[in-house]
Design a binder for this molecule. Structure first.
Ligand code: ZN
Length: 71
């Protein structure tokens, strides 16, 4: 039953530890996703995506600046 690959979060309603990907709390039966508001991405995901994009773009930007200044 225990699966370490899924991390748990506290239920916003009853504060029990539940799996992050469930739509309904198994303890208090409250739905975790409201109809008009999706839960935001964790900050570490945003940072990771930003760093990944930046690391891809940086050599391109540096090359562009060098080729521009070399003209
Ligand atoms: Zn709950």
């Amino acid at each position: 039953m225990d699966d370490d690959s899924d991390y748990t979060v506290p239920c916003p309603h009853c504060k029990k530890e539940i799996f992050d990907d469930v739509e309904q709390c198994p303890y208090c039966r409250q739905y975790l996703l409201s109809s008009d508001f999706k839960k935001p991405l964790p900050k570490w995901v945003i940072v990771l995506v930003a760093l990944t994009i930046f690391s891809f773009l940086l050599p391109t930007i540096v090359a562009a600046i060098r080729s521009f200044s070399a003209q």
